[in-house]
Design a protein around this ligand. Sequence first.
Ligand SMILES: *Cc1c(COP(=O)(O)O)cnc(C)c1O
Length: 414
Amino acid sequence: MSSIWHPFTQHGLEEPIPVVERGNGAILYTADGREVIDGISSWWVTTHGHGNPRIAAAIAEQAKKLDQVIFAGWTHEPAEVVAAGLRDIMPDALTRVFFSDSGSTSVEVALKMALGYWRRHNPARQQIVVMEHSYHGDTIGAMSVGARGVFNRAYEPLLFDVVTVPFPHAGAEQGTLDALTAACRNHAAAFIVEPLVLGAGGMLFYPPDVLAEMAEICARHGVLFIADEVMTGWGRTGALLACEQAGVVPDVLCLSKGLTGGAIPLAVTMAQEAIYEAHYSTDRADMFFHSSSYTANPIACAAAAANLSIWREEPVRGRIAALGEKQQERLDRLAAALPIRNVRRCGTIAAFDVPGEDGYLANAAPRLMAYFRENDVLLRPLGNTVYVMPPYCITDAQLDRVYAVIEAGVRSLG
Ligand SMILES: *Cc1c(COP(=O)(O)O)cnc(C)c1O
């Protein structure tokens, strides 16, 4: 019996837990000899596939050279290479790169940067504005700016107050924009949002023009616009950043998941110069008070540097476009064969809803998840929403297999 307590796992229902021994491309190999197709990029992180040789080599080399060093007051080459690479590939106005370890911490850092900025310029601005159904991570601050529900009910007393604008459902966009305008007028500090796709909230999509208008409203009122691209970044929505599709440059940008190609934890929060400047002085009390032991760990940075090289040197954008088209073909066929709803795609992300009751704990999810697992496909529906978000290297045959299992699985619901 293992003593491990797994995340987002109900041990009373989900035993036994499969042991994964090896990974290659889109395949995970289990200890009992199964080959499982990773249809969700191991929870949205694995962009170029498992065991990418360039990333693996970079990690091995760096581990021999410098494994870890304090990052307060010290620096190292892999971090400098990542920072320079990010400056090259990301929007010009994002001049500063702050490292941390996970998507959640990149969000915490973004919120602290926003408050630090306003401490200098207008301390009355403290309110954070968020979008309904958002997810920004599982630490207390990240939960505070995310949707409230069954997954954080027990911790409500610890969560701080935010102003929530409604999700811009098709036809109701103006309501969102009006609510955001009202919130911005009321001394808001920052608006944090997942651009184009709300991931954990159920793969909810909204169009680039709404994103552009939201950014415009924030700019008009001097409210900092924080783009949480932890999931949408690194090509997921078809462009390097989802914001790119709307011509939006955020004041603060959160990146993690695909930053290292999904091989090892690392995150960055990128900020415009004015936010850095608000912390720049000769007074120690003004510095940015955030650190963790492993900030900018050299091995993780080496993996991120390799990821950046892959983006520079390999046809990643072409792979993403091709995967998007392949997903669309299979999604169309599925929609013709099954009574599914809200069939949708954004870049490499395909999603649809199965009929039935709504909500994260809806019945369909655990039944489908079990079916998919029995059939060697790793998918993890969100309530009634089934989605496919594979590594960019998935083969046609593997994708066919994923969709065949989805079709049979949905039929098995009866
Ligand atoms: C996954 C996710 C996070 C949290 O990232 P972790 O690395 O799991 O802490 C934050 N924001 C978004 C949009 C995410 O999808």
